[in-house]
Design a protein around this ligand. Sequence first.
Ligand SMILES: Cc1cc2nc3c(=O)[nH]c(=O)nc-3n(C[C@H](O)[C@H](O)[C@H](O)COP(=O)(O)O)c2cc1C
Length: 284
Amino acid sequence: MPTSQSEQLAAQIAGLIELRFGESCPVDAKLQGLDGLFRIADHRVKRHYTDQPVTHELIRMFCALALSSPSKSDLQQRDIVVLHDAKQRARIANFFPGDPWMAKAPVLLVFCGNNRRQRQLHTWRGIPFANDHLDPFFNAAVDAAIALGTFIAAAETVGLGCCPISVIRNHAEAVSDIIGLPDHVFPVAGMTVGWPAHHREISLRLPLKTTVHIDRFDDAAVREQVEGYDKRRHSVQPIRQQRDVAVHGEAQEYGWSEDKARQYAKPDRADFGAYVRSRGFKLY
Ligand SMILES: Cc1cc2nc3c(=O)[nH]c(=O)nc-3n(C[C@H](O)[C@H](O)[C@H](O)COP(=O)(O)O)c2cc1C
């Protein structure tokens, strides 16, 4: 039986990992920072918030922490647009009537990839920019995503709830215009932030044996592993509403793999490439 506080925390983290992945993973009670590790293991997105305001200072601090994360070649190709103004938030949320929680969130952020600043450096320094291809776009998107993940980890440490929002890219052009994004700056994801008004179950993940490869990528057993995950997830966290029943019918066994296959049976954001190219990227 765990006795000390750190032994209890280590046991709780191990329990969360076992629940999420269906695999055990020992957690050493002598590690430093178990509090922080517990918050990461306990992650779950939160979409509903209390009326308690989230101060500008707090958001600014989390932006600082998010932007303290690593950046490819120190290029710093990511920016965060913070929408404190309810009218600005509403202009964006109006495009997403199916996600009413977006409009109600006290803060909406947009994490952007920014390759514009790099191009400006070349103009200012009189040095040609010789990388007008896919990689700069990709680097900026990755930088923005790292900042987003770090923001969530930091904000959840103090009990804030967050939900990233890739659906803002369904209306990338309109969202970019509302928040004034110039060429070579593009939205990677939005994110709502607030003090959570609800407690969600943790979301189960594919097992570590499927997603962590030792020395060499190996997915020889992926199908049976995914089928096992479907069953485990269904027993703990069944998907309550089947997607597109009119097209695919009512499935007897409706697991994660069926849901994800149905999700991508229809095109999603097929116009995003055209949007990115319209914002100046060549992407070849
Ligand atoms: C890049 C990114 C984009 C996301 N976009 C949306 C979104 O548009 N709408 C939404 O409701 N959730 C969105 N999510 C939240 C995911 O649905 C959620 O992380 C996933 O279901 C797993 O749940 P969990 O984070 O609680 O473990 C997004 C998450 C990420 C990382």
